[in-house]
Ligand binder design. Structure first.
Ligand SMILES: C[S@@+](CC[C@H](N)C(=O)[O-])C[C@H]1O[C@@H](n2cnc3c(N)ncnc32)[C@H](O)[C@@H]1O
Length: 256
């Protein structure tokens, strides 16, 4: 280790990171801990066996209370570890040759487990979420685990901001979406968004745990000429309550 390297604190291991990365990690942790206490979780991806150290809010209930007046009735689901995010991270790493050097957009990044995998795979990643704090914690998790961060953009996919279209002047090669389809009102906006943002030959990677809304999205996509290849993943997942959840990882492309 040279002078520019310092040892980052870790329960599992002492990771050597450049001093500027360590300072960025510390700044992000400080910004987040002004809002809530952070807890650390080790997440192991079941197929690749890769482990990430993921920061998340230590408690859900205060954030639930804080969301009570949200104009869109948006609940802080971004704070939780979801099987779909883990399954999609695993799939990205298994297919990493498809992602290296590619422009990738993630919709609803949450804690950033999938985004971390996409950054690790060598993609140039833009992450989006309704919750500004999710974007910060996603940056922290990507930085801790890969030494790099995705670009972040706060958005409500029901009313996408102008900034999104300027990012999409060059379309994305891949769009990632893990467990974002649980409200019927999101089927049309999300399909419309993906159709505008994805390159004609691009791929939408959608991970979902069998919710009816996701099935409606897939049906609508197939009717509009998309082609679906789906694989199932059975865990094990992080939360004991998720035991038995089967995640469907769809790879959707437009038919030529
Ligand atoms: C169930 S969580 C999944 C998070 C992450 N993809 C994962 O699998 O761990 C759904 C995510 O979508 C985001 N989301 C929900 N509605 C949204 C909207 N209208 N616009 C943008 N993001 C939204 C939430 O904030 C949350 O991060």
């Amino acid at each position: 280790m040279n002078d520019a390297m310092v040892a980052a604190r870790s329960d599992e291991a002492q990771l050597a990171v450049p001093a500027y990365t360590f300072r960025r990690i510390t700044r992000l942790e400080q910004r987040l801990t002004r809002r809530f206490a952070l807890a650390d979780t080790a997440i192991t991806l079941p197929r690749t066996g890769i482990s990430y150290r993921i920061a998340r809010p230590a408690a859900f209930d205060p954030l639930l209370l804080a969301a009570a007046n949200d104009p869109e009735d948006h609940l802080p689901y971004w704070t939780l570890v979801w099987p779909s995010g883990i399954a999609l991270a695993d799939r990205v790493l298994m297919e990493c040759e498809q992602f290296v050097g590619q422009r990738v957009l993630e919709l609803g990044c949450g804690l950033g487990i999938t985004a971390t995998a996409a950054v690790a795979a060598g993609a140039s990643v833009v992450v989006t979420d309704y919750a500004a704090t999710a974007l910060l914690i996603c940056q922290l998790n990507a930085l801790r685990n890969t030494g790099r961060t995705p670009i972040t953009l706060q958005l409500n996919w029901r009313r996408p901001p102008f900034a999104l279209w300027s990012w999409a002047q060059t379309p994305f090669a891949h769009v990632l979406a893990a467990d974002v389809l649980y409200e019927e009102r999101d089927v049309e906006p999300l399909l419309h968004l993906v159709e505008r943002l994805l390159a004609p030959e691009g791929m939408l990677w959608l991970a979902e745990p069998g919710r009816p809304v996701a099935r409606h999205f897939i049906e609508a996509a197939l009717q509009r000429g998309w082609h679906d290849e789906v694989r199932q993943q059975a865990g094990p997942w992080y939360a004991p309550l998720d035991a038995g959840v089967i995640v469907h990882v769809h790879c959707l492309r437009r038919s030529r």
